[in-house]
Ligand binder design. Structure first.
Ligand SMILES: Cc1cc2nc3c(=O)[nH]c(=O)nc-3n(C[C@H](O)[C@H](O)[C@H](O)COP(=O)(O)OP(=O)(O)OC[C@H]3O[C@@H](n4cnc5c(N)ncnc54)[C@H](O)[C@@H]3O)c2cc1C
Length: 477
């Protein structure tokens, strides 16, 4: 197996960086990272920096220009990089060791460090078979699939031979609340009949996408709204399925992958295609978003690092000297660099902490940390990208740098993974449960102050009189 380009590393570490990724792991995470993972992490970093990022531009060029060309394309560079990744032992790193035998055997933390590297390139995730939505879909098949379903779809997915899509969101309903999902699924004999439409079905544009994992309403009259839905495996070429159009993201078509608006008209699939069982759709989507819940956040840290790299490169460009000096001589830029550095470092700790929490038990145990990561990391990415874009002036919002398309991608993260508001409400509600206890604590401390003041013969003015408020309303607490 060989690739048509020359591989030549200018240094023992990834180009331009003296310290390899394994030595930059935050110190609080290091005890949880195995030697094998550290070695692999350094290989991932070199692969991304020296092969995938340079290949991104080739990939874009190989996709072509017209809509037809773009959605028919399967750039050769992807297949060559896949071969290369396999030679390097970089394959399916995303499937966590403690849950799946099919993966490369890394923990969520270990994969999180690798995913950060992958997040710096457009094609690195696909090249290593760690791209969404296949990752979540493989988790579904590995976790809930029957042997027959696994043989038919999981095996080729794990080998990177086919791709897949997850169809939950619908144009007619607010899909951030999955109880609203209404594509109808009716049983007729040994078949299910599906009618309705889906959109934002990522991956449906790719001609290698062979399997749709579809959430549908199978039991609309069930009194438990969480038992009304089912998930079913639908081959992409089943009669009655039409891809009406592809949606764009701020004008980017994301071809050949794409995001389809797909209609189902009397689409028939055998009952054996059910996932887990009728009425168990919520279990499946929750399981699907198990460890993979923070993959986007992990990659976004890498994207933020890349934005900062481009930012620093721009402010050190000797050809561009507004008002007589390079941009880094203008103090405001250094402040923005410093803020970006701090925010990325804090965000990384946050996402790695969430990964460690998941590894220590499961995704349920880490609900708070996962929600925090989903809100915080996209925000940090947006802020860093915005500063980097600003430093390039007009070039920053054009196709001349990767920053504009990274911004468009990054902005979707505040919606794709469940809108910010949903996570914020969950976090806020849980945090607010401490209200009565906090009132009680402050009242107690105030009362203690009064007692101490009395002992010392001083007077404390307490305008709010929280001690009285709390004790007089104690029955309400
Ligand atoms: C690039 C991209 C790729 C995607 N890929 C897929 C995919 O592969 N498969 C798939 O099924 N879906 C996919 N989606 C869809 C995505 O999951 C949904 O857009 C998301 O869940 C929100 O659902 P909705 O669009 O129906 O918005 P709605 O549910 O209508 O929500 C609209 C807005 O209402 C507000 N809101 C929602 N809930 C609350 C609340 N509790 N409190 C206050 N405000 C609230 C938020 O501001 C939210 O953005 C993708 C989306 C994008 C942009």
């Amino acid at each position: 197996m060989s690739v048509p380009y020359r591989i030549e590393s200018p240094s023992s570490n990834a180009v331009g960086d003296k310290i390899p990724a394994s030595e930059r792991i935050p110190i609080i995470a290091r005890p949880f990272v195995s030697d094998r993972a550290k070695k692999t992490l350094d290989i991932v970093e070199k692969f991304v920096e020296e092969e995938c990022i340079p290949a991104d531009a080739v990939y874009q060029a190989q996709i072509g220009d017209t809509v037809k060309e773009r959605f028919d394309a399967h750039p050769q560079i992807v297949e060559d990089l896949k071969k290369r990744a396999r030679e390097l032992g970089l394959w399916n790193m995303f499937l966590p060791a403690n849950h799946f035998k099919e993966g490369a055997g890394f923990s969520n933390l270990e994969y999180g460090l690798m995913a950060e590297c992958l997040g710096k390139s457009v094609i690195a995730s696909e090249a290593t078979n760690c791209a969404a939505p296949d990752t979540g879909n493989m988790e579904v098949l590995a976790k809930y699939g029957t042997q027959k379903q696994k043989d038919r779809w999981l095996k080729p997915l794990l080998e990177g031979k086919i791709r897949s899509a997850f169809l939950m969101t619908e144009p007619e309903v607010a899909s951030s609340d999955a109880t609203n999902i209404s594509l109808s699924m009716r049983r007729e004999g040994n078949e299910y009949v599906l009618n309705g439409s889906k959109w934002w079905s990522s991956g449906t544009g790719d001609r290698r996408c062979e399997i749709y994992i579809v959430m549908a309403k199978s039991d609309p009259s069930n009194t438990n709204p969480y038992k009304q839905q089912s998930v079913v495996f639908v081959p992409f070429d089943t009669p009655g399925i039409t891809i009406k159009r592809m949606l764009s993201v701020f004008g980017f078509d994301h071809a050949p992958h794409g995001h389809g608006h797909v209609t189902f008209e009397n689409v028939r699939v055998p009952v054996e295609n059910i996932c887990l069982g009728e009425g168990r759709g919520f279990e499946v989507i929750q399981g699907r978003l198990g460890p993979g819940r923070i993959h986007h956040a992990m990659r976004s840290i890498g994207a933020a690092e890349k934005a900062l790299e481009w930012f620093i490169a721009r402010i050190n460009d000797p050809r561009k000297t507004p008002f007589g000096q390079m941009l880094h001589k203008h103090g405001i830029m250094l402040e923005r660099v410093a803020r970006s550095r701090m925010e990325i470092d804090a965000a990384r700790l946050q996402v790695l902490n969430a990964a460690i929490m998941i590894d220590s038990k499961d995704a349920k145990f880490a609900l708070k940390e996962i929600a925090e990561a989903k809100v915080l990391i996209p925000q940090v990415l947006m802020d860093v990208l915005d500063r980097a874009i600003q430093s390039y002036g007009g070039a920053g919002i054009s196709q001349e740098t990767p920053l504009a398309s990274m911004w468009a991608n990054g902005r979707t993260m505040r919606i794709v993974d469940g809108p910010d508001e949903v996570h914020l409400l969950q976090l806020g509600r849980n945090e607010n449960k401490r209200g009565p206890a906090m009132l009680e604590r402050i009242a107690w401390q105030k009362a203690k102050s009064a007692e101490m003041a009395k002992a010392y013969g001083v007077e404390i003015k307490d305008v709010l009189q929280l001690d009285r408020l709390s004790t007089s309303n104690k029955s309400r607490l």
